[in-house]
Write a protein that binds this ligand. Sequence first.
Ligand SMILES: NC(=O)c1ccc[n+]([C@@H]2O[C@H](COP(=O)([O-])OP(=O)(O)OC[C@H]3O[C@@H](n4cnc5c(N)ncnc54)[C@H](O)[C@@H]3O)[C@@H](O)[C@H]2O)c1
Length: 438
Amino acid sequence: MLEKGAPIADPKGRLGVLLVGLGAVTTTLIAGVEAVRQGLAKPVGSLTQMGTVRLGKRTEGRSPLIRDFVPLADLDDLVFGAWDIFEDDAYEAALHSGVLDKELLSQLKAPLSRVKPMPAVFAQEYVKRLNGTNVKRGKTKMDLAEQLVEDIRQFKRRNRCTRLVMVWCASTEVFIKPHPVHRTIDRFERAMRENHRAITPSMIYAYAALTSGVGFANGAPNLTVDIPALTALAEQRSLPVCGKDFKTGQTWMKTMIAPGLKARLLGLRGWYSTNILGNRDGEVLDDPGSFKTKEESKLSVLDYILQPQVYPELYRDFTHLVRINYYPPRGDNKEGWDNIDIFGWLGYPMQIKIDFLCRDSILAAPIVLDLALFMDLAQRAGMRGIQEWLSFYFKSPMCAPELYPEHDLFIQLMKLKNTLRHLRGEELITHLGLEYYD
Ligand SMILES: NC(=O)c1ccc[n+]([C@@H]2O[C@H](COP(=O)([O-])OP(=O)(O)OC[C@H]3O[C@@H](n4cnc5c(N)ncnc54)[C@H](O)[C@@H]3O)[C@@H](O)[C@H]2O)c1
């Protein structure tokens, strides 16, 4: 286990943030960081920029900003790189995504136009609704990984970065089950040379990152790095990995409300969630293969939080449905409805209705920023393998094979902050509080 208060290397020099996919989320992140650097806006929603951490007893009044408490890279030291199957630079892609106002984007045109996508590793069999021309060619999947390794090497050199981190912000791939070739590094590498179908493009990026000494976070529900071969590779190379699927919109809501129902022992008969969404992500998820990957990620949350095996009278056999409807007029401004049928004292039924008019990429961008900064921190602190303390950011958090994932947002936040306290040699906060009454 990582030693309490062990030394953490300083974040000296530039941190390269390599983003797979230059779509709505990525461009909203890059534009946002640039706007914050220029003093045009505030980094609302980012724990690393605005969050605090309480230290010691409540009577001590010590609550520093997280970024003053742990050594994080400064926003001025971030350099962004990206791959995409389309040739649009970050300015054009941001305009196309339609998330941020044209006026704001025109103020940021120069830095955004400098981010030009490197040719992607892509195959349409994994994302059926897309087809682009900015794509690498290679005889085998291993050849493609080697080309990515070269991209990473050149990016680091050109931008004089001291460290790098990679985050998958590309489209959701079709659902695939874990396969025997995912079990060991050897089998995985052989399968890459043999162009095995179970090796997806996202796995090729993750493999290229890890073999280049770069940690990898997965923002989509694809398996990607959540397979024994790649978690073993991360361990072997002392690199952090985490995933899957950024926890924004409806699932974020679910992981706040479900713990509240369980805390008060209110029963659940059914939870129906439906969305309308009109961005490219919505279009990709309109394909049943990609939707299946997303659906699996969204469905598992309630069972883990409500624990029907522990509370059969309250949570056995509830109905849980999730729908995503591609509806172009809405663009990135998703609307999500939840109808929750609950029951209380003596079994009396009640209902909760939620209508969340959200903005998908506005919710996701600060998550990507935090993940990039925390993954860099983890690497400098010598934390390797699966970073369960970053579950806070994910719909399907990766965890050790013998564990079940922790989904409750408030437990996740406590885990994250206690990890930071542990890293800095501070006492963990248990919320016992009896000592105040002695
Ligand atoms: N925005 C959210 O709230 C949210 C929440 C959870 C997960 N996600 C996931 O984040 C990802 C990005 O979302 P988005 O709204 O930015 O989508 P988007 O469609 O706007 O952008 C994705 C980009 O990835 C590119 N791409 C696809 N395959 C690629 C590959 N193999 N290599 C390089 N580029 C590739 C596409 O061309 C596209 O430009 C999606 O998988 C989405 O499901 C988003």
